[in-house]
Each structure stands twice: as structure tokens, then as C-alpha cells.
Design a protein around this ligand. Structure first.
Ligand SMILES: [Mn+2]
Length: 234
């Protein structure tokens, strides 16, 4: 079986609730479309768990990207009046503003070597993944379709920021035979269901049901084999 979920945002209780329901087997595959960290405290703990699970495939989200920019990637000073410390502070501020402080606090309490392993793992994650289940093609993304960056780069510097930050997912041009599944934008941007539900329109599926927020947010998991939806009760 093939399962997809997104935007867990450190909420391990909801994740485990859904895992109990899907009863993931070693021969199954679980795709997680980014934003495992921030807002709730257990993001890094879950990523370390996923690193040990060969049947879990993860995409990079804008939250993991913000963390890598703040703590891992070398700082590039672009403007002559800037300096490295200010740029680093700005990146930390942006991450904290988006709920990263709780993740940073957790990181300060684990060994440096483990931190490095986590950062290295995350810095090698793909931005998009194509999968085929029962002859149906799916394109899994966090926010944007990498291949559409050139024609859609209104405000993003590069392919990576476009793929993790773009909120235009439901307007991405994709082949007719492909279903696009995206996270990043909670489905209450498109419909009024409470608690939040998966959003579906022709070849587009939004799967972020607001797990990063308290109720009516929850975690959604979609099984591609029969399109059954699973939700956390919490
Ligand atoms: Mn996101």
C-alpha cells in the first residue's frame, strides 16, 4: 500500500494516532510531503525515526528549509551593507516567527553529531517525487512543482524556495494523466469543513489538514491504492 501525509509539524500524538489506524507494514511506503518540524515540539524526534525507516520517504518543506538556512547552510551576504551575523539573525527570526523556536530548543539538548546527521539527511531530501499506483500517476510536492519554476518564479529566488514556499499549488500546470498532491496550505483555504478535510478538485489534492494547529486542525493520511482517507481523532 502507498500512503501520503504532510505537515505533521511536531505533533507526534496525532502522527501516532494515524499510524495506528493505517498499520503501516514493511512492504508499504509512506510519503511525507515536508514540514515535519515546528509549532509542536516533536519534529526532530520524528525525523530521527523516519531516518531509520526505509519505507518512509520524505520531501523537504519550507520549515526544514528555514531551519537549514538558520543553522546549517553557510551564510551568503548579498548586500554590501549587510554582514554575516545580521543575515544569520534574520534567518533565525524568520524561522522563530514561523514556530521554529520550539524545534531550536529541542536541538540544543541533543548531541552535536546527531544534529549534523539530521541536517545532512534533510539537506539531501528531494523537492518533488513522482509515484505510480495501480497505473495512476501522482506528483507529490510540498508547495510548488520544481519543473514549473522557470515560468512561475514571480517572487522566488530559486527552484528550492519556489518548491517549498509556493502557495499556487492548485494552479500548477501538470500533465492531464497526473494527480498533484500537495501540502503546505491548510485545506481551510479552499473549503470550510471543520474539522479540516482533504481538499479535492479534478487533478488536485490538498492534504494539509492543519496538523500544525489546534482543533479543528488534524492530521490526514491518504491511501493511494483505494483513495481511503484516515484522520487523527486528536
Ligand atoms: Mn509548509
Amino acid at each position: 500500500m502507498t500512503y501520503v501525509m504532510s505537515d505533521i509539524h511536531g505533533n507526534q500524538a496525532r502522527f501516532e494516532d494515524v499510524m495506528r489506524k493505517i498499520n503501516l507494514q514493511p512492504e508499504d511506503t509512506l510519503y511525507i510531503l515536508g514540514d515535519v518540524i515546528d509549532r509542536f515540539p516533536d519534529g526532530i524526534k520524528m525525523i530521527r525515526q523516519f531516518m531509520k525507516m526505509p519505507n518512509v520517504k520524505m520531501l523537504l518543506g519550507n520549515h526544514e528549509h528555514m531551519m537549514l538556512e538558520a543553522l546549517y547552510y553557510p551564510i551568503v551576504v548579498k548586500k554590501p551593507w549587510d554582514n554575516e551575523d545580521y543575515v544569520r539573525q534574520d534567518k533565525l527570526k524568520l524561522w522563530y516567527y514561523n514556530g521554529g523556536d520550539i524545534t531550536h530548543y529541542y536541538l540544543k539538548h541533543i548531541r552535536k553529531a546527531i544534529r549534523q546527521e539530521v541536517f545532512e539527511f534533510l539537506s539531501n531530501l528531494p523537492l518533488n517525487i513522482y509515484v505510480e499506483v495501480n497505473g495512476q500517476k501522482y506528483l507529490l510536492i510540498h508547495g510548488g512543482v520544481e519543473a514549473n519554476f522557470e515560468q512561475n518564479n514571480y517572487k522566488h529566488d530559486d527552484k528550492v524556495t519556489y518548491a517549498v514556499w509556493s502557495r499556487q499549488s492548485r494552479h500548477e500546470v501538470i500533465p492531464d494523466d497526473t494527480i498533484l498532491i500537495f501540502g503546505h496550505t491548510p485545506t481551510n483555504h479552499f473549503q470550510n469543513d471543520e474539522p479540516l478535510k482533504l481538499w479535492k478538485n479534478e487533478n488536485y489534492i490538498g492534504i494539509d489538514c492543519g496538523c500544525g494547529y489546534d482543533s479543528p486542525g488534524r492530521l490526514c493520511c491518504l491511501r493511494l491504492d483505494d483513495m481511503q482517507e484516515f484522520y487523527s481523532d486528536l
